[in-house]
Design a protein around this ligand. Structure first.
Ligand code: PNS
Length: 164
């Protein structure tokens, strides 16, 4: 059985991520979407909230599940019998860092990284931009799954009222 992992922060998951999960699910038998637990990075949504949202949005994809991990991704891969990492490449700007990580992960544990070219509809999209736009009242409709849109609205409204 070919198992692949789609790792990331997913704060929050976007339609670009969802496109990558869907395409990974078409080529692997099983796909694990793995959320990095990174206590040093401040986030809009907690890891549990991100996992809940991810579970909701991947529910229609039968061979996709959601988990979280600490530490090195290759250790998680080793522990779970995962042989491949699947990442989306949006633009040349992603390439240098992604190549470094892919080479390091292969050097550390022989884990392959497969890149899918991001759907051009989402090539400019990132979780950071989604948060920035949403925080300042811009619309991210169509860029994130509907449950995320809802939770973003609630979170931004809660943050605004906490500042008053
Ligand atoms: O969504 P992000 O924050 O861009 O995802 C980055 C992620 C989680 C894929 C990357 O930081 C990662 O794999 N971190 C785990 C720690 C690790 O294995 N570091 C060595 C990478 S070569």
């Amino acid at each position: 059985m070919r198992v692949a992992v789609c790792p990331g922060s997913f704060d929050p998951v976007t339609n670009g991520h969802l496109d990558v999960f869907t395409r990974a699910a078409n080529v692997a038998d099983r796909v694990v979407v793995a959320v990095l637990v990174n206590r040093s990075k401040s986030s809009l949504f907690t890891v549990d909230e991100r996992i809940d949202l991810l579970r909701e949005v991947v529910a229609p994809l039968e061979n996709v599940e959601v988990d979280c991990f600490h530490g090195l991704l290759v250790d998680y891969c080793r522990e779970h019998g995962i042989g491949a990492i699947v990442k989306g490449l949006r633009a040349v700007s992603d390439f240098d860092y992604e190549l470094q990580m892919a080479q390091m992960n292969y050097r550390l544990a022989g884990v392959e990284t497969l890149f899918v070219s991001t759907n051009p509809l989402y090539s400019y999209l990132s979780s950071s931009l989604v948060k920035e736009v949403a925080t300042h009242g811009g619309s991210v409709a169509g860029l994130v799954p509907d449950p995320v849109l809802e939770r973003l609205r609630e979170r931004v409204a809660a943050q605004a009222s906490a500042k008053e």
